[in-house]
Design a protein around this ligand. Structure first.
Ligand code: GBH
Length: 498
């Protein structure tokens, strides 16, 4: 009897060992890359220094301060514009393989147009970062556009809602390739077009916060973004790839959508959400057009609402050929998971994108929370979304371009963040080794605490804490710095890897 019990304990603990610990004993591939990320408006500050032009976030935070939770702005933020020397030293100390940051378009081109003035101070700022990164053997991953549109482009032609944007963006991108491309191996055209379009033009959670035409403008925005992305990719391909030898992609955000039950309808609801969020952009890039479920549902509702054509714009045959295949890898920004439940179609009335989608969402009450209501800790969701992308889009190379955890700040011993990173990274290992997903890089969001959009400074994602009440904006490492440093150095999540 005792022997049996002992054997049983031995057997179950060995299973535990096998299923859990051993998985984490595996080393990340030797060419796997680790980095940290920031975005220009969230960290740079210096909003009107040295000739920088106004952008839509300067405009929004100045003209409608009540929209931001603590009435704050990114005017100074982490003052990264004046602190690059110190920040580069921190990056070197962390030992990252790459630094993922974005260019402030209006800092380089104050009006947004290449036929307007080029702001030499802005160019110098980025050129200096790039050469200093190079000295330290840290690669640069540059996002061309992380939501901070030059205000003049918004005023002149409505920014992302106008096809004029396509050429204007492509010229700006071309200038960036010319100025910086010899030192940049990874380019990302747009950060999270889903959020940019949905929040910018449907629910006013991001600049320009225009909500004149729900159910219409966001799809126009997505259409313009896809064409601008494709044009930029083609230019890089034709004129710069051979000499600069870089690679170019877009960064798409999505939760993992877990069916709320085993009911096939909930499975369909989860899949539909993935198609409406990730597929909206990934499907055109891989297959040339929007997901069929988006085309069908939006067209059907549009017709019933009395529109002559679908609110989802159509690509011409030429555009499809131009867009298809315009990615060298896929940038995945992933933070959390959501439960998806079937919802009966809502009666026809005013157009709204959530009615096109028609899925009920919730969070499982057992999931650990964070300082952000939307961000629950669901590490296995990363493995599932990675596998879904592999299976749905012909096994593309994936760079995890953002992943991270928020707390209210002031916590230097950030054990919950360490837990988050450890568990999510453990699922990256499982995705790579057990599911054969081609994930080649991982980016922690964020390098340092920063301006969290409409949440202001109330939610902190940084590995380094920033003292926002000190004019010097000193940075202090949290415990997660040590954790991440070790992961990068050892390529391993536990004390010793196999
Ligand atoms: C990233 O997006 C952004 O790229 C980055 O700039 C940002 O700092 C980071 O998230 C942390 O938030 O409560 O309705 O406003 C990640 C995807 C999608 C997460 C929108 C936050 C807000 C939901 N984001 N979501 S809402």
């Amino acid at each position: 009897m005792i022997l049996q019990k002992l054997l049983f304990v031995f057997y179950t603990s060995s299973l535990f060992w096998k299923n859990n610990l051993c998985a984490d004993n595996r080393k990340f591939p030797s060419d796997f890359k680790f980095g940290v990320a920031t975005a220009s408006y969230q960290v740079e500050g210096a909003w009107n220094a040295d000739g920088k032009g106004e952008n839509i976030w300067d405009h929004l935070t100045h003209s409608q301060p009540h929209l931001v939770k603590d009435n704050s702005t990114g005017d100074i933020a982490c003052d990264a514009y004046h602190n690059s020397k110190e920040d580069l030293a921190l990056l070197e100390d962390l030992g990252v393989d790459f630094y993922h940051f974005s260019l402030s378009w209006a800092r380089i081109l104050p009006t947004g147009y290449t036929d307007g003035p080029v702001n030499e101070a802005g160019v110098k700022y980025y050129a200096n970062i790039l050469s200093e990164l190079e000295k330290r053997k840290i690669e640069a991953v540059i996002t061309l556009f992380h939501w901070d549109m030059p205000q003049k482009l918004q005023d002149d032609f409505g920014g992302l809602l106008n096809d004029t944007f396509i050429d204007v963006f492509a010229s700006y991108a071309q200038l960036a390739f010319r100025l910086f491309g010899s030192r940049v191996k990874y380019w990302i055209t747009f950060n999270e077009p889903f959020i940019m379009c949905q929040h910018g033009f449907e629910n006013a959670r991001k600049a320009p916060a225009i909500t004149k035409a729900p159910g219409i403008d966001l799809y126009t925005c997505g259409h313009v973004v896809l064409k601008a992305h494709a044009k930029t990719y083609r230019i890089y391909d034709k004129l710069y790839r051979k000499t600069q030898k870089g690679r170019i992609a877009i960064a798409l955000d999505t939760d993992w959508f877990e069916p709320a039950s085993a009911d096939p309808k909930d499975l369909e609801a989860a899949e539909r959400f993935l198609q409406f969020q990730f597929g909206w952009f990934a499907h055109p890039l891989v297959f040339g057009n929007y997901p069929q479920v988006m085309i069908d549902r939006i067209e059907e509702r549009s017709k019933k609402e009395g529109f002559k054509t679908s609110r989802l714009p159509e690509f011409t045959k030429k555009e499809i050929d131009e867009i298809k295949g315009t990615f060298d890898f896929i940038g995945l920004n992933h933070y959390t998971s959501t439960l998806a439940k079937w919802r009966e179609d809502i009666a026809i009335g005013k157009p709204e994108s959530s009615k096109d989608l028609s899925v009920s969402v919730s969070k499982d009450s057992s999931w650990e929370g964070s300082a952000s209501s939307w961000l629950k800790v669901v590490p296995w969701g990363l493995r599932k979304i990675a596998k879904w992308i592999k299976d749905t889009y012909k096994n593309p190379e994936i760079m995890i371009a953002e992943n991270g955890y928020s707390d209210p700040g002031g916590i230097l011993n950030d054990s919950r963040r360490i837990n988050y990173y450890r568990e999510y990274l453990s699922n990256v290992l499982k995705a790579i080794y057990d599911d054969g997903v081609n994930i080649t890089a991982y980016t922690a969001w964020s390098f340092m605490d920063n301006f969290e959009w409409l949440e202001g400074y109330t939610q902190k994602f940084g590995l380094y804490s920033v003292n926002f009440s000190d004019p010097e904006r000193p940075r202090t490492p949290k415990s997660s710095v040590n954790f991440y440093k070790n992961v990068i150095r050892t390529r391993c999540l536990v004390d010793r890897c196999l």
